[in-house]
Design a protein around this ligand. Sequence first.
Ligand code: SF4
Length: 290
Amino acid sequence: MIDIEISTSAGFCFGVVNAINQAEQYLSKSRPLHSLGEIVHNSQEVDRLSQKGLQAINYDQLRQLPGGEKVLFRAHGEAPWVYDLAKEKDIHIIDATCPVVLQLQKRIRRTYERTRADKAQIVIFGKKGHAEVNGLVGQTNGEAIVIENTAEALALLDFSKPIYLFSQTTKSSRDYTELIEVIQAHLAPGITFKHYDTICRQVANRIPELIDFARSKDWIYFIAGKNSSNGKVLFDTAQKANPHTTFISSPDEITAPLPDWVRTVGISGATSTPTWLMEDVARKIRELNP
Ligand code: SF4
C-alpha cells in the first residue's frame, strides 16, 4: 500500500486567494466579470471560475469593451497605462493586485523618480513578458532593464552607471544572490549599486519546506500550470532535492502505476495550484496503485 501525502505548505498563496475571493464575491452578485488575463496560471481553476461567469480578456479586448463593464485586475498587477486606459473608457476596475506586488510597484516607481538625475539603471530580475514584470516595468515609463540571468546582466548592464536592482516576487533567492554577486564583481569603482530583497516570503518560505518534503518521499508529483513562474522555481527545487520528481499539470497526465519500489509519494504544487487539484491527483494515484 502506497502512502500518499499532500504538502501542507503547497497551494494558493494569499495573493491568489484574495483575487479569487474577490472574483467569486463579485460573481455571486453580478455577471459577467472580465479578468484581464487568466486570474491564475492554472487552467482547471480558470475553467471552474469561467463556469461561474469569469471571462478572461486580453488588452485588445479591453480596448474594445464598452464603458461600464467590470474588469478584475489580477494579483500580478498592471502598469499605470492600463489604469489610464480603463479610466478613459469608463471601465469599472476590481483591483485584486496582491499587496506585496503593489508595494514593489510603488518602491520601483519612487526609486525611478528619485534617480533620474543620476542616469541610474533600474534593473528587474524577472521573466520578460510576464504580467507582473510588465507591471513593474510600467512604473519606470518602460525604461527598466529586465534581465533573466547573469549572462544577460553582463550583456545588457552598463557597469559604469548606478544600478538599482529589484526582483520579480517569485524568483529564486539563490539565483538572485548569484546575480547580485556577479554585478558586484563587475561594477566600476565608486559606482552605486543598491539591491532590494523583493522576493515574496510566500514563495521563499516554501523552498526549505519543499526540500525537506521532497527528500522525505520516494516519489514526488509536482503540480503547476506550464506558464507558472513560481511553479518552475519550486519544481526545480523539488527535483534537485529528489530526482524522482515529476511535473504534471493535471491528474490525466498520470497514466501508469508507479514503480514497485515506491512506498511513499508526496504531492506538492505552486502558489497557483488549487488544493482540490492536488486531491484529484491523490485519488488518481490511489486508483492506479491499489
Ligand atoms: S506569490 Fe506572493 S507576491 Fe505573488 S501573488 Fe502570491 S502572495 Fe502575492
